[in-house]
Design a protein around this ligand. Structure first.
Ligand code: PMP
Ligand code: GLU
Length: 406
């Protein structure tokens, strides 16, 4: 009998997105032809100027322990950028704590705010790590299904239906992983007003904010008035917009007492994020020249999105999908494709990998088995070849005769 493990990890499962990407890489390394449209990781290199700042940091000897809360230069750069994106609102860098990726910023925030008996609302489908992180805090994740007619977003009515006296938090993600939906400012305002009325913390994961296909950056809770933000933590990150996944830099902007506890937590866990990587991120957030790289990458994501949407419309007209307005995910519905015996997302993805060598992520990983996620943070060539195969697979599935004709 193995030793019983702590209750801390009673619900813990490895991340499915990471597992699928690892499996796709393993198959490729073994010489299999694999079209990896699974993981949400930009295929671009980190902008040269940013990489150079990291190299210079090492050369200059910034290789000792960093300030636990994060470099002042980086916190100032993040604060100024958040302020600029939200029309010049005041953002105090002292309220920003830098972490090893926004994943750690999210963990730190949840661990600081939630504990046993607390419930945390999570609009679903949701990124795989949110419920796991809430479980690690020994709190209870409560999934709130989004409305299909509304890009799988949730409304205040949906939140009301899942609210209880034990509800302490809400994790919002806009632009959304896995759907690509974006909440409008008035939707965010309604949710923030609801949260204030119920004393519910909002953790607003805005890691995809710059990857938005409308005008400017996606709407943020930071565009709302101060009085709605007293119980709000904003999560920002370098990974997606700056193609810096491997540098592991993210941040939380939190009220002072929360930021202090997050820093204390970090002082006992990681001692802060990688020191040279923080200098690189300071260049990413702070140097206006990097804006050109962001525009170039977002334009490429937009082109890929249009390509996928157009091909699905033309070649798989019966397949429902969420209109993507941000991030780099295309979320489409598979349960109706095979008339006989509706296919689930895990079976769809496993079969697709086996027959066509394309890696996608089953919606089941995000809490909804009817859908599948395709990441277009991949080269145009991989997207084109992968899509040929996905559409061919859908055609074959749709051709399976219905039970009564079989
Ligand atoms: N939030 C969301 C919604 C994500 O998709 C990811 C993906 N990695 C993260 C947070 C974490 O990103 P990172 O730790 O690389 O900053
Ligand atoms: N967030 C990305 C994804 O959803 C990267 C993998 C992960 O951290 O989950 O694919």
């Amino acid at each position: 009998m193995p030793d019983p493990l702590s209750l801390n990890v009673q619900h813990l499962k490895a991340s499915e997105t990471i597992a699928i990407a690892t499996e796709a890489r393993r198959r490729k390394a073994e010489g299999e032809e694999v079209y990896d449209l699974s993981v949400g990781e930009p295929d671009f290199d980190t902008p040269a100027l940013v990489a150079e700042a990291g190299i210079q940091a090492i050369r200059k000897g910034h290789t000792r322990y960093p300030p636990n809360i994060g470099l002042a230069e980086l916190r100032t750069a993040i604060g100024s950028q958040l302020a600029r994106l939200s029309g010049g609102r005041a953002v105090n860098p002292d309220n920003i704590v830098v972490s090893s990726g926004s994943k750690q910023a999210l963990f730190n925030t949840c661990f600081t705010l939630f504990g046993p008996h607390d419930r945390v609302l999570i609009p679903a489908p949701a990124w795989v790590s949110y419920p796991q992180i809430v479980h690690l805090c020994r709190a209870e994740p409560v999934m709130v299904p989004g409305d299909i007619e509304w890009g799988l977003k949730v409304s205040v009515r949906d939140l009301d239906q899942h609210y209880s006296k034990l509800t302490k938090g809400l994790i919002l993600c806009s632009p959304c992983n896995p759907t690509g939906s974006v909440y409008t400012l008035s939707e965010l305002r309604a949710i923030a007003e609801w949260a204030r009325k119920h004393d519910v913390w909002i953790i607003s994961d805005e890691i995809y904010r710059r990857i938005h296909y409308g005008q400017g950056p996606a709407p943020s809770v930071l565009d709302l008035p101060d009085e709605l933000l007293e119980r709000t933590v904003v999560i920002a990150g370098a990974s997606k917009a700056y193609a810096m996944t491997g540098w592991r830099i993210g941040a939380a902007l939190a009220p002072t007492h929360v930021a202090k506890k997050i820093a204390a937590l970090q002082s006992h866990t990681t001692t802060g994020a990688n020191h040279p990587a923080q200098w690189a991120a300071a260049a990413a957030f702070g140097d206006p020249k990097v804006e050109e790289d962001i525009s170039r990458m977002v334009a490429a994501f937009r082109k890929r999105r249009d390509y996928i949407v157009n091909r699905f419309r033309a070649e798989a007209p019966g397949v429902e999908f969420v209109e993507p307005h941000g991030a780099f995910y295309f979320f489409f519905r598979v349960d109706g494709i095979r008339e006989r015996d509706p296919i689930g997302s895990a079976e769809f993805c496993a079969q697709l990998m086996q027959d066509e060598g394309v890696a996608l992520v089953p919606g089941a990983a995000f809490g909804d088995d009817r859908w599948v996620r395709l990441s277009y943070a991949a080269s145009q060539q991989t997207i084109e070849a992968g899509l040929d195969r996905v559409l061919r697979f859908i055609d074959r599935l749709a051709a399976v005769p219905a039970a009564s004709n079989a």
